[in-house]
Design a protein around this ligand. Structure first.
Ligand SMILES: Nc1nc2c(c(=O)[nH]1)N[C@H]1C(S)=C(S)[C@@H](COP(=O)(O)O)O[C@H]1N2
Ligand SMILES: [Mo]
Length: 424
Protein backbone atom coordinates (compact mmCIF):
# COMPACT_ATOMS: atom_id res chain seq x y z
CA UNK A 1 0.00 0.00 0.00
CA UNK A 2 1.08 3.51 -0.77
CA UNK A 3 1.70 5.97 2.02
CA UNK A 4 -0.04 9.24 1.39
CA UNK A 5 1.93 12.29 2.31
CA UNK A 6 0.00 15.51 2.57
CA UNK A 7 1.87 18.75 2.43
CA UNK A 8 0.40 21.38 4.72
CA UNK A 9 2.97 24.09 4.64
CA UNK A 10 5.08 25.31 1.80
CA UNK A 11 8.17 23.39 0.77
CA UNK A 12 9.18 25.35 -2.26
CA UNK A 13 12.53 23.65 -2.63
CA UNK A 14 10.89 20.34 -3.42
CA UNK A 15 8.03 21.72 -5.42
CA UNK A 16 9.45 24.26 -7.81
CA UNK A 17 11.20 22.51 -10.60
CA UNK A 18 12.96 24.27 -13.40
CA UNK A 19 12.61 22.66 -16.76
CA UNK A 20 16.29 21.79 -16.56
CA UNK A 21 15.62 19.42 -13.69
CA UNK A 22 15.12 16.60 -16.16
CA UNK A 23 18.74 16.66 -17.16
CA UNK A 24 19.67 14.69 -14.04
CA UNK A 25 19.62 11.04 -15.03
CA UNK A 26 20.25 7.98 -12.90
CA UNK A 27 20.23 4.24 -12.55
CA UNK A 28 16.97 2.39 -12.25
CA UNK A 29 16.46 -0.67 -10.12
CA UNK A 30 15.85 -3.64 -12.38
CA UNK A 31 12.62 -5.65 -12.25
CA UNK A 32 11.37 -8.89 -13.71
CA UNK A 33 14.63 -10.84 -13.52
CA UNK A 34 14.26 -14.60 -13.96
CA UNK A 35 13.77 -16.24 -10.59
CA UNK A 36 15.97 -19.13 -9.51
CA UNK A 37 13.55 -20.33 -6.83
CA UNK A 38 10.21 -21.84 -7.93
CA UNK A 39 7.21 -19.51 -7.87
CA UNK A 40 5.08 -20.73 -4.98
CA UNK A 41 2.06 -19.00 -6.49
CA UNK A 42 2.33 -21.79 -9.09
CA UNK A 43 3.84 -24.70 -7.19
CA UNK A 44 1.81 -24.52 -3.96
CA UNK A 45 -1.91 -25.03 -3.53
CA UNK A 46 -3.68 -21.99 -2.16
CA UNK A 47 -6.59 -22.16 0.32
CA UNK A 48 -9.02 -21.20 -2.44
CA UNK A 49 -7.88 -24.23 -4.47
CA UNK A 50 -8.65 -26.61 -1.63
CA UNK A 51 -11.77 -25.34 0.10
CA UNK A 52 -15.26 -24.57 -1.08
CA UNK A 53 -16.08 -20.92 -1.15
CA UNK A 54 -19.12 -19.09 0.18
CA UNK A 55 -22.40 -20.04 -1.41
CA UNK A 56 -24.78 -17.58 -3.02
CA UNK A 57 -26.58 -15.15 -0.72
CA UNK A 58 -23.71 -14.83 1.78
CA UNK A 59 -23.46 -11.25 0.53
CA UNK A 60 -26.95 -10.22 -0.71
CA UNK A 61 -25.55 -6.82 -1.59
CA UNK A 62 -22.07 -7.46 -2.96
CA UNK A 63 -18.94 -5.71 -1.73
CA UNK A 64 -15.44 -5.54 -3.24
CA UNK A 65 -12.71 -8.10 -2.53
CA UNK A 66 -11.05 -7.73 0.87
CA UNK A 67 -7.81 -7.13 -1.04
CA UNK A 68 -9.31 -3.89 -2.35
CA UNK A 69 -10.05 -2.53 1.12
CA UNK A 70 -7.61 0.34 0.61
CA UNK A 71 -9.72 1.73 -2.24
CA UNK A 72 -11.65 4.36 -0.35
CA UNK A 73 -12.96 7.88 -0.39
CA UNK A 74 -10.73 9.96 1.87
CA UNK A 75 -10.95 13.39 3.40
CA UNK A 76 -8.22 15.85 4.29
CA UNK A 77 -8.70 16.54 7.97
CA UNK A 78 -7.24 20.03 8.12
CA UNK A 79 -9.40 21.30 5.24
CA UNK A 80 -12.64 21.62 7.20
CA UNK A 81 -13.48 22.09 10.88
CA UNK A 82 -15.79 19.08 11.07
CA UNK A 83 -17.00 16.21 8.87
CA UNK A 84 -20.61 17.37 8.67
CA UNK A 85 -19.93 20.42 6.54
CA UNK A 86 -17.07 18.85 4.65
CA UNK A 87 -15.86 16.95 1.62
CA UNK A 88 -14.12 13.73 0.76
CA UNK A 89 -12.40 12.68 -2.45
CA UNK A 90 -12.87 10.05 -5.16
CA UNK A 91 -9.83 7.69 -5.38
CA UNK A 92 -9.23 8.44 -9.06
CA UNK A 93 -5.88 6.61 -9.07
CA UNK A 94 -7.64 3.30 -8.26
CA UNK A 95 -10.29 3.55 -11.00
CA UNK A 96 -10.37 2.88 -14.71
CA UNK A 97 -12.84 3.37 -17.54
CA UNK A 98 -15.18 6.32 -17.16
CA UNK A 99 -17.80 5.37 -14.55
CA UNK A 100 -17.35 6.05 -10.84
CA UNK A 101 -18.66 3.22 -8.65
CA UNK A 102 -21.48 4.50 -6.46
CA UNK A 103 -19.70 3.77 -3.18
CA UNK A 104 -16.64 5.77 -4.27
CA UNK A 105 -18.33 8.97 -5.48
CA UNK A 106 -16.90 11.90 -3.53
CA UNK A 107 -19.30 13.53 -1.07
CA UNK A 108 -19.84 17.18 -0.34
CA UNK A 109 -22.34 18.03 2.36
CA UNK A 110 -23.15 21.33 4.03
CA UNK A 111 -25.18 19.73 6.81
CA UNK A 112 -24.34 16.04 6.69
CA UNK A 113 -26.18 13.26 4.84
CA UNK A 114 -29.96 13.63 5.05
CA UNK A 115 -31.54 10.21 5.64
CA UNK A 116 -34.76 10.83 3.73
CA UNK A 117 -37.71 8.42 3.88
CA UNK A 118 -39.05 8.52 0.31
CA UNK A 119 -42.60 7.96 1.56
CA UNK A 120 -42.33 11.28 3.39
CA UNK A 121 -40.54 13.15 0.63
CA UNK A 122 -42.30 15.58 -1.73
CA UNK A 123 -41.15 17.69 -4.67
CA UNK A 124 -43.03 21.00 -4.88
CA UNK A 125 -43.13 23.26 -7.94
CA UNK A 126 -44.26 26.77 -7.04
CA UNK A 127 -43.75 30.46 -7.84
CA UNK A 128 -44.44 31.84 -11.30
CA UNK A 129 -46.39 28.82 -12.57
CA UNK A 130 -49.99 28.42 -13.72
CA UNK A 131 -50.57 25.48 -11.39
CA UNK A 132 -48.36 24.81 -8.35
CA UNK A 133 -47.79 21.07 -8.05
CA UNK A 134 -46.52 18.53 -5.55
CA UNK A 135 -45.03 15.20 -6.64
CA UNK A 136 -44.15 12.02 -4.80
CA UNK A 137 -41.33 9.79 -6.04
CA UNK A 138 -44.00 7.49 -7.47
CA UNK A 139 -45.57 10.39 -9.38
CA UNK A 140 -42.19 11.25 -10.86
CA UNK A 141 -41.69 7.72 -12.09
CA UNK A 142 -44.77 8.05 -14.31
CA UNK A 143 -43.04 10.71 -16.45
CA UNK A 144 -40.92 9.58 -19.42
CA UNK A 145 -37.35 9.14 -18.20
CA UNK A 146 -33.92 9.38 -19.78
CA UNK A 147 -30.43 7.98 -19.15
CA UNK A 148 -27.31 10.14 -19.39
CA UNK A 149 -23.72 9.88 -18.21
CA UNK A 150 -22.46 13.15 -16.71
CA UNK A 151 -19.57 14.27 -14.57
CA UNK A 152 -20.23 16.32 -11.45
CA UNK A 153 -17.26 18.45 -10.44
CA UNK A 154 -17.27 20.67 -7.36
CA UNK A 155 -16.14 24.17 -8.33
CA UNK A 156 -13.60 23.88 -5.49
CA UNK A 157 -11.87 20.88 -7.12
CA UNK A 158 -8.12 21.66 -7.36
CA UNK A 159 -8.82 24.84 -5.36
CA UNK A 160 -5.98 24.14 -2.93
CA UNK A 161 -3.48 24.23 -5.81
CA UNK A 162 -3.94 27.88 -6.89
CA UNK A 163 -0.82 29.22 -5.21
CA UNK A 164 1.40 26.20 -5.80
CA UNK A 165 1.57 22.42 -5.60
CA UNK A 166 0.00 21.37 -2.33
CA UNK A 167 -1.65 17.96 -1.98
CA UNK A 168 0.23 14.81 -2.86
CA UNK A 169 -2.17 12.68 -4.87
CA UNK A 170 -4.70 13.06 -7.67
CA UNK A 171 -7.36 11.84 -5.23
CA UNK A 172 -6.81 15.07 -3.27
CA UNK A 173 -5.94 17.47 -6.09
CA UNK A 174 -8.67 16.31 -8.52
CA UNK A 175 -10.98 13.94 -6.64
CA UNK A 176 -13.95 16.28 -6.15
CA UNK A 177 -15.47 14.71 -9.25
CA UNK A 178 -17.57 11.69 -10.12
CA UNK A 179 -19.05 10.40 -13.35
CA UNK A 180 -22.16 8.24 -13.29
CA UNK A 181 -25.13 7.31 -15.44
CA UNK A 182 -28.26 9.04 -14.18
CA UNK A 183 -31.81 7.94 -14.75
CA UNK A 184 -34.25 10.78 -14.34
CA UNK A 185 -37.06 12.92 -15.67
CA UNK A 186 -36.21 15.97 -17.79
CA UNK A 187 -36.92 19.02 -15.61
CA UNK A 188 -38.58 20.57 -18.67
CA UNK A 189 -41.42 18.00 -18.53
CA UNK A 190 -42.10 18.76 -14.85
CA UNK A 191 -42.03 22.53 -15.42
CA UNK A 192 -44.31 22.20 -18.46
CA UNK A 193 -46.76 20.24 -16.33
CA UNK A 194 -46.92 23.20 -13.93
CA UNK A 195 -46.89 25.74 -16.78
CA UNK A 196 -44.17 28.39 -16.43
CA UNK A 197 -45.55 31.93 -16.70
CA UNK A 198 -44.03 34.19 -19.37
CA UNK A 199 -42.12 36.17 -16.72
CA UNK A 200 -40.61 32.96 -15.25
CA UNK A 201 -36.92 33.39 -16.07
CA UNK A 202 -35.13 31.59 -13.23
CA UNK A 203 -35.68 28.51 -11.08
CA UNK A 204 -34.53 27.96 -7.51
CA UNK A 205 -34.04 24.31 -6.55
CA UNK A 206 -33.99 23.70 -2.79
CA UNK A 207 -32.69 20.73 -0.78
CA UNK A 208 -34.49 18.92 2.03
CA UNK A 209 -31.35 18.59 4.17
CA UNK A 210 -30.68 20.79 7.20
CA UNK A 211 -28.72 23.23 4.99
CA UNK A 212 -31.79 23.69 2.73
CA UNK A 213 -29.34 24.50 -0.02
CA UNK A 214 -30.58 26.76 -2.81
CA UNK A 215 -29.17 28.05 -6.10
CA UNK A 216 -30.50 30.19 -8.97
CA UNK A 217 -30.61 28.41 -12.33
CA UNK A 218 -31.60 30.26 -15.53
CA UNK A 219 -34.78 28.92 -17.15
CA UNK A 220 -32.93 28.19 -20.43
CA UNK A 221 -30.73 25.62 -18.66
CA UNK A 222 -33.68 24.23 -16.68
CA UNK A 223 -35.60 23.69 -19.95
CA UNK A 224 -32.57 22.36 -21.83
CA UNK A 225 -30.91 19.34 -20.24
CA UNK A 226 -31.49 19.35 -16.46
CA UNK A 227 -32.84 16.16 -14.94
CA UNK A 228 -34.56 15.27 -11.72
CA UNK A 229 -32.64 12.02 -11.20
CA UNK A 230 -33.52 9.14 -8.92
CA UNK A 231 -31.09 6.45 -10.11
CA UNK A 232 -27.30 6.41 -10.43
CA UNK A 233 -25.50 3.64 -12.33
CA UNK A 234 -28.80 1.77 -12.42
CA UNK A 235 -29.65 1.70 -8.71
CA UNK A 236 -31.32 4.18 -6.38
CA UNK A 237 -29.26 7.27 -5.60
CA UNK A 238 -27.11 6.74 -2.53
CA UNK A 239 -28.12 8.79 0.54
CA UNK A 240 -24.80 10.65 0.16
CA UNK A 241 -25.77 11.66 -3.38
CA UNK A 242 -29.25 12.95 -2.54
CA UNK A 243 -31.60 9.96 -2.19
CA UNK A 244 -34.39 9.86 -3.22
CA UNK A 245 -33.92 12.61 -5.86
CA UNK A 246 -31.38 15.20 -6.94
CA UNK A 247 -31.07 17.85 -9.60
CA UNK A 248 -28.63 17.10 -12.43
CA UNK A 249 -27.23 20.22 -14.13
CA UNK A 250 -24.97 18.81 -16.88
CA UNK A 251 -21.55 20.44 -17.26
CA UNK A 252 -22.24 23.05 -14.56
CA UNK A 253 -20.57 23.38 -11.16
CA UNK A 254 -21.51 20.70 -8.63
CA UNK A 255 -22.97 23.15 -6.12
CA UNK A 256 -26.01 23.65 -8.39
CA UNK A 257 -26.85 19.91 -8.38
CA UNK A 258 -29.16 20.20 -5.38
CA UNK A 259 -29.46 16.93 -3.46
CA UNK A 260 -32.54 15.68 -1.57
CA UNK A 261 -34.46 17.98 -3.94
CA UNK A 262 -37.73 19.07 -2.35
CA UNK A 263 -38.81 22.26 -4.08
CA UNK A 264 -38.33 24.22 -7.28
CA UNK A 265 -39.52 27.79 -7.26
CA UNK A 266 -39.92 29.71 -10.51
CA UNK A 267 -39.03 33.42 -10.35
CA UNK A 268 -38.27 36.39 -12.57
CA UNK A 269 -34.81 37.16 -11.10
CA UNK A 270 -31.92 35.27 -9.51
CA UNK A 271 -32.15 35.00 -5.71
CA UNK A 272 -28.54 35.94 -4.88
CA UNK A 273 -28.38 33.43 -2.04
CA UNK A 274 -25.29 32.49 -0.04
CA UNK A 275 -23.95 29.84 -2.41
CA UNK A 276 -23.84 32.28 -5.34
CA UNK A 277 -22.51 35.35 -3.52
CA UNK A 278 -20.30 34.65 -0.53
CA UNK A 279 -19.37 31.21 -1.91
CA UNK A 280 -18.72 29.84 -5.40
CA UNK A 281 -17.65 33.23 -6.78
CA UNK A 282 -14.16 34.02 -8.05
CA UNK A 283 -12.31 36.94 -6.44
CA UNK A 284 -10.24 38.54 -9.19
CA UNK A 285 -6.98 40.47 -8.92
CA UNK A 286 -8.80 43.86 -9.09
CA UNK A 287 -10.91 42.99 -6.05
CA UNK A 288 -14.16 42.37 -7.89
CA UNK A 289 -15.80 38.96 -7.67
CA UNK A 290 -16.80 37.09 -10.80
CA UNK A 291 -20.23 35.55 -10.30
CA UNK A 292 -22.32 32.91 -12.02
CA UNK A 293 -19.37 30.91 -13.38
CA UNK A 294 -21.54 27.95 -14.15
CA UNK A 295 -19.82 25.91 -16.87
CA UNK A 296 -16.85 23.81 -15.84
CA UNK A 297 -13.98 24.36 -18.27
CA UNK A 298 -12.06 21.53 -19.93
CA UNK A 299 -9.65 19.78 -17.58
CA UNK A 300 -7.65 16.59 -17.29
CA UNK A 301 -5.33 14.78 -14.92
CA UNK A 302 -2.98 11.81 -15.14
CA UNK A 303 -4.19 9.31 -12.56
CA UNK A 304 -1.42 6.73 -13.06
CA UNK A 305 1.39 7.20 -12.38
CA UNK A 306 0.71 9.78 -9.66
CA UNK A 307 1.85 10.27 -6.05
CA UNK A 308 -0.46 7.56 -4.66
CA UNK A 309 0.30 5.26 -7.60
CA UNK A 310 4.08 5.18 -8.15
CA UNK A 311 5.78 3.40 -11.03
CA UNK A 312 7.09 0.42 -9.10
CA UNK A 313 7.77 -1.95 -11.99
CA UNK A 314 11.04 -0.38 -13.08
CA UNK A 315 11.89 0.67 -16.61
CA UNK A 316 10.32 -0.73 -19.75
CA UNK A 317 6.70 -0.98 -20.87
CA UNK A 318 4.67 1.59 -19.00
CA UNK A 319 0.98 2.45 -19.17
CA UNK A 320 0.09 6.02 -18.39
CA UNK A 321 -3.60 6.78 -17.94
CA UNK A 322 -5.90 9.57 -16.85
CA UNK A 323 -9.25 11.28 -17.23
CA UNK A 324 -10.44 14.39 -19.07
CA UNK A 325 -13.75 16.24 -19.17
CA UNK A 326 -15.41 19.46 -20.29
CA UNK A 327 -18.61 21.15 -19.21
CA UNK A 328 -19.04 22.42 -22.76
CA UNK A 329 -19.04 19.18 -24.73
CA UNK A 330 -16.82 16.21 -25.50
CA UNK A 331 -13.02 15.91 -25.29
CA UNK A 332 -11.91 14.71 -28.74
CA UNK A 333 -8.21 14.99 -27.91
CA UNK A 334 -5.83 14.77 -24.96
CA UNK A 335 -2.07 15.38 -25.22
CA UNK A 336 0.48 14.13 -22.74
CA UNK A 337 4.09 15.11 -22.15
CA UNK A 338 6.80 13.18 -20.33
CA UNK A 339 9.26 16.07 -20.20
CA UNK A 340 7.33 18.99 -18.75
CA UNK A 341 5.96 20.25 -22.05
CA UNK A 342 8.97 20.09 -24.39
CA UNK A 343 7.38 17.31 -26.43
CA UNK A 344 3.66 16.52 -26.57
CA UNK A 345 2.14 13.22 -27.72
CA UNK A 346 -1.48 12.54 -28.56
CA UNK A 347 -3.00 10.11 -26.05
CA UNK A 348 -5.42 7.32 -27.00
CA UNK A 349 -8.99 7.81 -25.81
CA UNK A 350 -10.79 4.55 -25.03
CA UNK A 351 -14.43 4.18 -24.04
CA UNK A 352 -17.48 6.32 -24.77
CA UNK A 353 -16.90 9.97 -25.72
CA UNK A 354 -20.05 11.61 -24.39
CA UNK A 355 -20.71 15.31 -23.89
CA UNK A 356 -20.20 16.54 -20.32
CA UNK A 357 -18.87 13.13 -19.30
CA UNK A 358 -15.44 11.90 -18.28
CA UNK A 359 -13.17 10.52 -20.98
CA UNK A 360 -10.47 7.92 -20.34
CA UNK A 361 -7.09 8.29 -22.03
CA UNK A 362 -3.99 6.11 -22.23
CA UNK A 363 -0.43 6.59 -23.38
CA UNK A 364 1.89 3.59 -23.55
CA UNK A 365 5.63 4.19 -23.60
CA UNK A 366 8.96 2.58 -22.86
CA UNK A 367 10.30 4.17 -19.70
CA UNK A 368 14.09 4.48 -19.82
CA UNK A 369 14.24 4.99 -16.06
CA UNK A 370 15.11 8.66 -16.13
CA UNK A 371 12.99 11.24 -14.25
CA UNK A 372 9.72 12.35 -15.82
CA UNK A 373 7.66 15.53 -15.66
CA UNK A 374 4.19 14.29 -16.57
CA UNK A 375 1.36 16.53 -17.74
CA UNK A 376 -1.88 16.11 -19.66
CA UNK A 377 -3.77 18.73 -21.67
CA UNK A 378 -7.40 18.42 -22.76
CA UNK A 379 -8.87 19.88 -25.96
CA UNK A 380 -12.66 20.11 -25.92
CA UNK A 381 -15.16 20.02 -28.78
CA UNK A 382 -15.42 23.84 -28.79
CA UNK A 383 -11.69 24.08 -29.63
CA UNK A 384 -10.77 25.27 -26.12
CA UNK A 385 -7.41 24.00 -24.82
CA UNK A 386 -6.73 23.43 -21.12
CA UNK A 387 -4.41 26.23 -19.91
CA UNK A 388 -1.26 26.04 -17.82
CA UNK A 389 -1.55 27.26 -14.22
CA UNK A 390 0.55 30.31 -15.15
CA UNK A 391 -1.79 31.18 -18.03
CA UNK A 392 -4.73 30.94 -15.64
CA UNK A 393 -3.08 33.18 -13.06
CA UNK A 394 -2.57 35.91 -15.66
CA UNK A 395 -6.35 36.13 -16.10
CA UNK A 396 -7.54 35.18 -12.64
CA UNK A 397 -4.83 36.35 -10.23
CA UNK A 398 -4.11 34.29 -7.13
CA UNK A 399 -7.11 35.06 -4.94
CA UNK A 400 -9.32 32.39 -6.43
CA UNK A 401 -10.37 29.14 -4.82
CA UNK A 402 -12.84 27.86 -7.36
CA UNK A 403 -12.59 26.93 -11.04
CA UNK A 404 -8.94 25.93 -11.26
CA UNK A 405 -8.58 23.87 -14.45
CA UNK A 406 -4.85 24.41 -14.93
CA UNK A 407 -2.51 21.70 -16.19
CA UNK A 408 -1.25 19.39 -13.40
CA UNK A 409 2.39 18.22 -13.20
CA UNK A 410 3.73 15.07 -11.53
CA UNK A 411 7.48 14.63 -11.10
CA UNK A 412 8.53 10.97 -11.23
CA UNK A 413 12.04 10.20 -10.00
CA UNK A 414 14.38 7.32 -10.99
CA UNK A 415 12.77 5.11 -8.35
CA UNK A 416 9.32 5.74 -9.85
CA UNK A 417 8.15 7.81 -6.87
CA UNK A 418 5.78 10.56 -8.02
CA UNK A 419 5.33 13.97 -6.45
CA UNK A 420 3.04 16.97 -7.01
CA UNK A 421 5.15 19.80 -8.43
CA UNK A 422 4.77 22.92 -10.46
CA UNK A 423 6.96 23.91 -13.38
CA UNK A 424 8.07 27.51 -13.29
N1 LIG B 1 -29.08 19.78 -0.58
C1 LIG B 1 -27.79 19.87 -0.83
N2 LIG B 1 -27.38 19.80 -2.12
C2 LIG B 1 -26.07 19.90 -2.43
C3 LIG B 1 -25.10 20.11 -1.41
C4 LIG B 1 -25.55 20.15 -0.06
O1 LIG B 1 -24.77 20.29 0.88
N3 LIG B 1 -26.90 20.03 0.18
N4 LIG B 1 -23.76 20.28 -1.78
C5 LIG B 1 -23.52 20.75 -3.15
C6 LIG B 1 -22.13 20.75 -3.56
S1 LIG B 1 -21.18 22.08 -3.07
C7 LIG B 1 -21.62 19.81 -4.43
S2 LIG B 1 -20.06 19.93 -5.03
C8 LIG B 1 -22.43 18.64 -4.83
C9 LIG B 1 -21.72 17.36 -4.38
O2 LIG B 1 -22.44 16.23 -4.80
P1 LIG B 1 -22.01 14.78 -4.27
O3 LIG B 1 -22.08 14.79 -2.77
O4 LIG B 1 -22.92 13.82 -4.95
O5 LIG B 1 -20.58 14.58 -4.71
O6 LIG B 1 -23.75 18.65 -4.28
C10 LIG B 1 -24.33 19.94 -4.15
N5 LIG B 1 -25.69 19.81 -3.73
MO1 LIG C 1 -19.22 22.04 -4.26
Amino acid sequence: MTMVKIFKGSKPSRRSFLKGALAAGGAVTGAGLAQAAPDTAITELQPWNQNLGDGVDVSPYGVPSEFEAHVQRKNVEWLTADTVSSINFTPLHELDGILTPNGLCFERHHAGVAEVDPAKHRLMINGLVDKPLVFTLQDLMRFPRENHVYFLECAANTGMEWRGAQLNGCQFTHGMIHNVMYTGVPLRLILEEAGVKTNGKWVMPEGADASAMTRSVPIEKAMDDCLVAFKMNGEALRPEQGYPMRLVVPGWEGNMWIKWLRRIEVGDMPWHHREETSKYTDLLENGSARRFTWEMDAKSVITNPSPQAPLNHGKGHTVLTGVAWSGRGTVPRVDVTLDGGKNWHQARISGPSLPMSMHRFYFEFDWDGSPLLLQSRAHDSTGYVQPTKDQLRVIRGENSIYHNNGIQTWYVNEQGIAENVEIS
